[in-house]
Every structure is written in C-alpha cells, then in structure tokens.
Design a protein around this ligand. Structure first.
Ligand SMILES: [Zn+2]
Ligand SMILES: [Zn+2]
Length: 175
C-alpha cells in the first residue's frame, strides 16, 4: 500500500488535512459513519455541507487529526482485520465449493475442466524408475504431462464403463 501523505481530504474543498492538524467534524452521527465519514478543513467548508445534509440541529466539532504514526498503525490494524475476514470468507467458500463438487460427483458428473489439475503419479517412484532404468534424472514438468495423459485415459475408460452401464471403472476399460 502506498503511504498516505496526509490524514484526509476536506469533504467540501478537497484540500488536504495533514497529520496532527486541526479539522472539524460534524456533530451529526450520520456524517461520521465509517466509510462515509466527512472531514472539514474549516468552518466555511463545514457550513457548505449543511444545505445538502439538512440537519435539524448540528454544530462543528473541533478535532485533531492523528499523527502519521498513529494513522499508519490504525490503517495497519484495519488492513489486518480485513485480511483476516477475507481469508475466512475464502476458506468458507472453498469449503462449500468442495461440498458442491462432491454433491455433483455423487449425483452426476463433474466436467473435467472443473477439477483441479492434480498430480496423479507418485513422483518419487516415477523418478526412481527412470533413474534405475537409465541413470537419468526426470524433470518436474514430466509429472504434469503424465498426469494429463492419465486424466485423458481415465476419461476414455469412464466412457466405456458408462456405455456398459457400470458404476465402476475396470481394468479392461483401459484396453
Ligand atoms: Zn475545506
Ligand atoms: Zn453533517
């Protein structure tokens, strides 16, 4: 995040309200709600928001902007809070995605492109085989290529089993 050079912009004139500077806040709570909070650099600017706000009873409260340090700390805390809650949300949505996937597998089929491209081979055994057979090393990319081939073969075998009306893929479906 780029570092803030000032505390806020004046709601009315957009002039910067610096750190530790004096500013004015409207006494009406709806003018101070979280993201919609209003800040005024001067009494004139506070006056200017009145016609639109149509408050019945309002005054300008003198405030002191936080120091750069305090402001940064608050922002950091706010960010941490948001990061934590969005991590929780994505965890929850991943969990419900999984549940949804399982439901679809049981009920019908999941399209191949909806599934993760997992590694389907035992990498250590594959590498050991190539090594024992030839003394060669195996590059990591090989694993993805082989996994993709396995998925293709499985897809074909599944079709054979389905055509046969079975719910189990058999070895002979790969022939
Ligand atoms: Zn102003
Ligand atoms: Zn107001």
């Amino acid at each position: 995040m780029s570092e803030a050079e000032f505390f806020r912009l004046c709601t009315t004139c957009k002039k910067q309200i610096g750190f530790a500077a004096d500013y004015l806040q409207c006494s009406v709570s709806t003018c101070n709600r979280n993201k919609l909070a209003q800040f005024f650099c001067s009494l004139a600017c506070w006056d200017a928001h009145l016609p639109e706000a149509r408050h019945r009873d309002a005054w300008a409260e003198p405030m002191k902007a936080p120091t750069r340090e305090a402001f940064r700390r608050e922002q950091q805390e706010e960010q941490d809070r948001e990061a934590r809650s969005s991590a929780r949300e994505s965890r929850e949505s991943a969990m419900s995605d999984e549940a949804e996937k399982r439901r679809r597998v049981v009920g019908a089929q999941v399209a191949a492109q909806d599934l993760p491209e997992d590694v389907l081979v035992v990498v250590s055994k594959l590498k050991a085989y190539v090594k024992a057979r030839s003394g060669m090393n195996t590059s990591d990319g090989v694993v993805d290529v082989l996994s993709a081939k396995l998925r293709k073969w499985c897809d074909a075998a599944i079709e054979v089993a389905q055509a046969d009306g079975r719910k189990t893929v058999l070895d002979r479906d790969f022939k």
